[in-house]
Design a protein around this ligand. Structure first.
Ligand code: C2E
Ligand code: MG
Ligand code: MG
Ligand code: MG
Length: 275
């Protein structure tokens, strides 16, 4: 207990807490201003068919360039947005930007766009209706959109499952993000009402760093058994990994080797990535 070390220690401890709390408040305030001013950006990372190397879709990833802080990582500002009640504004802004960019830079090319959805956004009975209203306003077919959610959100909340079921009923596909990193077992896939899975890099790789064939085959069997049609390997960082995954008949992949997240005009200019 801090008080046993005397009043000086307590004061110091409280000062640290106060400093941390102030830093959080400043981050939240700066983020709110950026969101309200429409200053959040979106980068796009291709999802590539390993056979033929055609880009079939792009994941939209939120980006924040603050004039003072520089680039702030989503791993920092997404949790900040979640704790300060801004996450739905962020998510909807990313969706609108993605649909506008797809129309502007994608032209007639055929690809889907996927957006990340926070579990907190799904805790709203109007979520599915609002999502559909946005995509209808852009005149985009529901089959051109994917939403990515973590398995925790799917397993823990009845309300979230209801919203996702409605989204799927309307034709938007739902993908489990970071599959294999949650606390649940792989077998829980059967209970997830989803169309696809994005297999986390952490799950794919064995100790030597190459894709683990046993794990990949097990996940493919589970996916097929659960009627999950879209399987995407995440975090492919080398040609060797891409080759190994293709050899294991993994259809789709995403990762720095296949294409980094970049602005729309760069990402969507070409529909093929170099082999
Ligand atoms: P995520 O949805 O799993 O997105 C993939 C993350 O992995 C991205 O990080 C991407 O840049 C990174 N990545 C892609 N390929 C590779 C690779 O080959 N190796 C490695 N090591 N990493 C790779 P990013 O953009 O920093 O985003 C981090 C997380 O922030 C996302 O993980 C997602 O959970 C969250 N996020 C980003 N944008 C949004 C958003 O608009 N809404 C919500 N709710 N969350 C978002
Ligand atoms: Mg994602
Ligand atoms: Mg992911
Ligand atoms: Mg993630």
């Amino acid at each position: 207990e801090a008080s046993r070390r005397g009043p000086g220690a307590v004061a110091l401890f409280e000062k640290h807490l106060l400093t941390a709390a102030r830093a959080r408040v400043r981050l939240d305030t700066d983020l709110r201003r950026a969101v309200e001013a429409g200053r959040l950006g979106v980068h796009y990372q291709p999802v590539v068919a390993l056979r033929g190397r055609r880009t079939v879709g792009y994941e939209a990833l939120a980006r924040w360039l603050d004039p003072v802080r520089g680039w702030v990582s989503p791993t920092e500002f997404i949790p900040a947005a979640e704790r300060s009640g801004l996450i739905d504004d962020v998510g909807m802004a990313v969706l609108r930007t993605a649909l506008a960019d797809g129309r502007k830079h994608g032209g007639r090319q055929d690809f889907w766009l996927s957006v990340n959805v926070s579990p907190l956004q799904l805790d709203d009975e109007a979520f599915a209706r609002r999502l559909m209203a946005v995509i209808n306003r852009f005149g985009v077919g529901p089959n051109r959109l994917r939403v990515e959610v973590t398995e925790t959100a799917l397993l823990e909340s009845e309300r979230a499952r209801t919203q996702l079921a409605e989204v799927r009923r309307q034709g938007v596909r739902v993908l489990v993000d970071d599959f294999g990193t949650g606390y649940s077992s792989l077998a829980s896939l059967r209970r997830l009402p989803v169309d696809g899975i994005k297999i986390a890099r952490e799950l794919l790789h064995d100790a030597e760093g190459g894709p683990d064939a046993t794990v990949v085959r097990a996940v493919q069997l589970l996916a097929a058994g659960a009627g999950v049609t879209e399987v995407i390997a995440e975090g492919v960082e080398s040609a060797a990994e891409a080759k190994a995954l293709a050899g294991l008949a993994v259809p789709l992949a995403q990762g720095f080797h296949l294409g980094r997240p970049v602005p729309a005009q760069r990402a969507m200019r070409r529909s093929h990535t170099p082999a």
